[in-house]
Design a protein around this ligand. Structure first.
Ligand SMILES: CC(C)(COP(=O)(O)OP(=O)(O)OC[C@H]1O[C@@H](n2cnc3c(N)ncnc32)[C@H](O)[C@@H]1OP(=O)(O)O)[C@@H](O)C(=O)NCCC(=O)NCCS
Length: 330
């Protein structure tokens, strides 16, 4: 019996989630999260998601996303990301790693990205629905695998966290509160009556990854939203939410002309106080601008390496030449 590769099917999800959680212990996922990140990504394409099987048992999985054109179907892509295709996730069960399955899955995914006109394959920094912003530095073998396959490290991303049990506002935060009060800026929980102001804020902010086309349809769903209000304008915004028993903060943004005046600090503080009241023991913010959080005493909790590889020169024609992996329905 040979190892085979075929396109992902909805019925594969349970087996994939089990395998994923065995191989990627720092990125454990639920079935719901997997489905939401893979199938509910507007940029999802069937051809980008492959499983490797051995006697019908799933032994590996890769997810790649091309995000066509500049903006992609999620409307979140930027011009500088136009050439990038992304590897969203990859694992092969330990016992099968020696059979070159992982390299074969990767090569097929890279060829898929190249066939979509992409020039660079990135592992990390995908602003659509993502599992993680890069490879956690604790996955030494994963990192070695990508480096051995021609990828290079191009960036580092970090998560930050803070314990809320012992938290009390600091002197720094109190000063920020005084500063914004003097400017006439108030921090408020979002209410639907602020909708027009929110729309104007989103237009001015110009961050398509957070306010893509039709963002209004799902705004403020499954999260808590707070805003900074100056006169009758929203000049800052942040959200936080609970997912799988953990509390998360972000994104946060302040309009350019209002930055570095303490508004971000006050939005963050208000969110921390609200979460503490809601019983959150701690909170994490993923893939962040670290210096801003450090000022409010958050600590770096995870570090990820972002990798990339040029696809120029990659041959898209000889799919069958991949050793050890026979294509069934790819
Ligand atoms: C990050 C952001 C929300 C901070 O809002 P803000 O209102 O400027 O924040 P504050 O004025 O309260 O700044 C607090 C401290 O963090 C520092 N800081 C803020 N943004 C920073 C950045 N990008 N890099 C380094 N330091 C930063 C400020 O200098 C300030 O320090 P100081 O008191 O010594 O001057 C704002 O810069 C922003 O909207 N950035 C673009 C959107 C974004 O990247 N959001 C994601 C953040 S993870």
């Amino acid at each position: 019996m040979e190892v085979e590769a075929r396109l992902l099917r909805r019925s594969d999800v349970s087996q994939i989630v089990t395998g994923w959680n065995l191989c990627l212990p720092y990125d454990r996922i639920s079935r719901e999260r997997f489905e939401s990140i893979i199938f509910d990504d507007p940029n999802y394409e069937r051809e980008g998601n492959l499983v490797a099987t051995w006697n019908d048992k799933i032994i590996g999985f890769i997810a790649a996303v091309a995000r066509e054109e500049t903006a992609g179907l999620d409307g979140a892509g930027k011009a500088r990301e136009e050439d990038f295709g992304y590897i969203k996730g990859l694992f092969v069960l330990k016992n099968y790693e020696g059979k070159e399955v992982k390299g074969c899955l990767l090569e097929k995914a890279l060829r898929f990205l190249k066939s979509k006109g992409k020039k660079i394959a990135r592992v990390g920094e995908y602003t659509g629905r993502y599992f993680s912003p890069g490879i956690d530095i604790r996955y030494e073998e994963e990192l070695r695998f990508f480096l051995d396959n021609g990828f290079e490290k191009v960036d580092v991303e970090e998560d930050v966290t803070i314990d809320l049990n012992a938290f009390q506002p600091t002197e720094y935060q109190r000063l920020a509160q005084q500063r914004i009060e003097l400017m006439g800026v108030a921090i408020k929980s979002y209410q639907t009556k602020f909708f027009d102001e929110m729309r104007r804020f989103a237009e001015k902010l110009d961050y398509p990854q957070w306010f893509p086309k039709d963002w209004e349809l799902h705004f403020n769903e499954n999260c808590y939203t707070i805003v900074a209000v100056s006169k009758s304008d929203i000049v800052g915004w942040a959200r936080f939410f609970k997912d799988s028993e953990r509390w998360w903060f972000g994104p946060i943004a302040v309009l350019k002309e209002f930055r570095r005046k303490g508004i971000g600090t006050c939005l963050l503080l208000e969110a921390m106080l609200q979460m503490k009241t809601l019983g959150a023991p701690n909170v994490t913010a993923g893939w962040v601008d670290v210096p801003f959080y450090i000022k409010s005493n958050w600590k770096i909790s995870r570090r990820y390496i972002v990798l990339q590889k040029s696809l120029i020169g990659l041959d898209t024609k000889c799919m069958q030449a991949i050793r050890g992996l026979k294509s069934s329905d790819t």
